[in-house]
Design a binder for this molecule. Structure first.
Ligand code: NAD
Ligand code: UD1
Length: 332
């Protein structure tokens, strides 16, 4: 069985769908601090399969171990964590405690139950201001601009040390670029709390009239149109990447790191135009000052994931814009 932490969250819910469709049985845990129990029912509606679930904080090692003792866990995919960049600046203790404390607690439980395979959700944020573009996995890790980024940076190092000390463990670190979109069914997707920080959830809230206009953070970057360029990846493609990583882990991979991105960079204005065209909705916007901590450009070289995992992103930016809006409409 596969243990999924943060099971009711945005990326985990899509990953569970792909894992179940590939024939894996799932045990999920989440403390529901940033997600909804309803998500489980929606996953079950999509796949027609049940998920064994426990509402538990992964920092509660005793409760976690007691729940897991009923199952034979072959692999853990670890998504649970706090991810709001701005909040991490004002609440660093909570972020280090939850993300790093949670991971250490989980690692102890995995050791006790004899689970030797782990896949971890990292982020392109560990590259800081990237030394070169497109970003390969060999690109040196950089200086992070916020505590959230540092938690990913530090957890990666903890996992490297743990695998080094336990050569029979297999650990895959996946560095996600910018996940957007939603399941084509419109039944699961991203539900941001309060004012969205990220571009696509903000655009969909402008599209449905919840927000008046989008603020574009800077048009004076050294990019083709002056706005920030990112590698947006459809969450279903990202989810499929985890299924491919599962197969690699089964072949005793040791420790490995993969970028999960498309290899294409799109500017903020590209995303606005594509969203408008695909959904036939005007997105009013205003150019404002740069957002502190933002970089000009960030896109992946996904060649390693292709050659080693056999994974290639398939969905286009049009698909991402359509599915993001489809999900938002269903939420209204
Ligand atoms: P999400 O907030 O939707 O999912 C995270 C889930 O973890 C939530 O359901 C939350 O309730 C749960 N959780 C948090 N702390 C917990 C704890 N201590 N115990 C149990 N459950 C806990 O976020 P997401 O976008 O699905 O991200 C999943 C992972 O991927 C996170 O680790 C995130 O940092 C990482 N990541 C996300 C992005 C992105 O853009 N969404 C990019 C790179 C990396
Ligand atoms: C942000 C985080 C990153 C995190 C990722 C996924 C920062 C500095 N980085 O990445 O650590 O892993 O989210 O959660 O916060 N933009 C606007 N207007 C908006 C929102 C965004 O113009 O209202 C622009 C940004 O300036 C950027 C692009 O859109 O150029 C993408 O922004 P966003 O979706 O927040 O992702 P990142 O900044 O790449």
């Amino acid at each position: 069985m596969i243990l999924v932490t943060g099971a009711t969250g945005f990326i985990a819910s899509h990953t569970i769908v792909e894992l179940q469709n590939a024939g894996y049985d799932i045990v999920g845990v989440d403390n529901l601090c940033n997600s909804d129990i309803e998500t489980l029912k929606n996953i079950e509606k999509i796949t027609g399969k049940k998920i064994e679930f426990c509402n538990v904080d992964i920092r509660d090692g005793n409760k976690l171990k007691e729940f897991l003792s009923k199952y034979k866990i072959d692999c853990c995919i670890h998504f649970a964590g706090l991810k709001a960049v701005g909040e991490s600046v004002s609440k660093p203790v909570e972020y280090y405690d939850n993300n790093i404390g949670g991971t250490i607690s989980l690692l102890k439980v995995l050791r006790e139950i004899g689970c030797k395979n782990l896949i971890f959700s990292s982020s392109a944020t560990v590259y800081g201001t990237p030394a070169f573009m497109p970003i390969t996995e060999d690109c040196p890790k950089g200086i992070c601009t916020n505590p959230y980024g540092w938690t990913k940076h530090m957890i990666e190092q903890i996992l490297i040390d743990v695998q080094n000390a336990n050569k029979d463990m297999n650990i895959v670190i996946l560095r996600y670029f910018n996940p957007i979109g939603a399941h084509p069914s419109g039944m699961i997707g991203e539900k941001p709390n309060g004012i969205p920080n990220n571009l696509m959830p903000y655009i969909t809230q402008v599209a449905c009239g919840k927000r008046e206009k989008l603020f574009v953070y800077g048009d004076d970057y050294d990019t083709p149109d002056g706005t920030g360029v990112r590698d947006y990846i459809h969450v279903v493609d990202l989810a499929r990447g985890h299924v491919c990583a599962m197969r690699a882990i089964d072949k005793n991979c040791g420790l490995d790191i993969f970028n999960l991105g498309t290899g294409h960079g799109y500017s903020v204005l590209d995303v606005i135009k594509t969203f408008e065209h695909e959904n036939n909705i005007k997105i009013p916007y205003e150019i404002v000052a740069r957002r502190p901590g933002d970089i000009a450009m960030c896109y992946a070289d996904p060649a390693k994931a292709k050659s080693v995992l056999g994974w290639v992103a398939q969905y286009s930016l049009q698909d991402m814009c359509r599915d993001s809006w489809n999900y938002q409409k269903n939420m209204l």
